[in-house]
Write a protein that binds this ligand. Structure first.
Ligand SMILES: [Fe+2]
Ligand SMILES: [Fe+2]
Length: 192
């Protein structure tokens, strides 16, 4: 059995009462498949990571405390939306595979990390641009991505996500700003 078949079974069962979330997850999987083929990334790893990226979206803090380190739990007190990403990564490791690249891709899918692998980039940007996302920002970034500019798509998604967070009065996560800086440099250096 392929990892992605196992992941599909697990997530469909775990999120059976969250159909909208499942639709989003299948959209992420479809985009990740397209990008994995384009960028020559292992298809089964890309699809299984995409399918598991939001596996723990509705899991409790108590469940997370069985897997996350003390430092990770403390971070999640301040940035609660990180909890599902960290826990989903641990669940992937426990239930699907101990592949480190997949673990990192799920762990960092909310806004990436410095020096991401191609798989990490794929999962992060597929989450933002999957076909069920209908915000104008997501549509614009999807176009950049499908036109073939992965790094620019990531940069634009970060700019827009940070602006959106600021609009809601939320503080940007320090890692989010670090990744933004890295991609700003990458884009700038193309023209020198
Ligand atoms: Fe997520
Ligand atoms: Fe997601």
């Amino acid at each position: 059995m392929q990892l992605s078949d196992k992941a599909l079974k697990l997530v469909s069962d775990h999120l059976k009462d969250h159909q909208k979330r499942l639709t989003h997850i299948l959209g992420v999987c479809e985009m990740a498949e397209t990008l994995a083929l384009r960028y020559n990334v292992d298809l089964d790893l890309a699809k299984s990571s995409a399918l598991m990226h939001d596996y723990s979206k509705y899991d409790s803090y108590e469940e997370a405390s069985k897997y996350l380190t003390k430092e990770e739990l403390e971070e999640c007190y301040k940035y609660p939306f990180m909890l599902h990403a960290y826990l989903s990564a641990y669940k992937y490791k426990e239930l699907i595979s101990d592949n480190k690249d997949s673990f990192n891709a799920i762990y960092n899918h909310v806004f990436g990390r410095p020096n991401m692998s191609i798989l990490e980039k794929i999962i992060m940007i597929s989450d933002y641009t999957e076909k069920n996302r209908t915000y104008p920002d997501c549509i614009e970034v999807r176009k950049i991505l499908l036109d073939g500019d992965l790094d620019l798509a990531i940069y634009e998604s970060l700019v827009r996500t940070i602006k959106h967070c600021e609009g809601e009065g939320k503080v940007a996560h320090p890692r989010q700003l670090e990744v933004l800086k890295e991609y700003e440099e990458r884009i700038k250096n193309r023209w020198i």
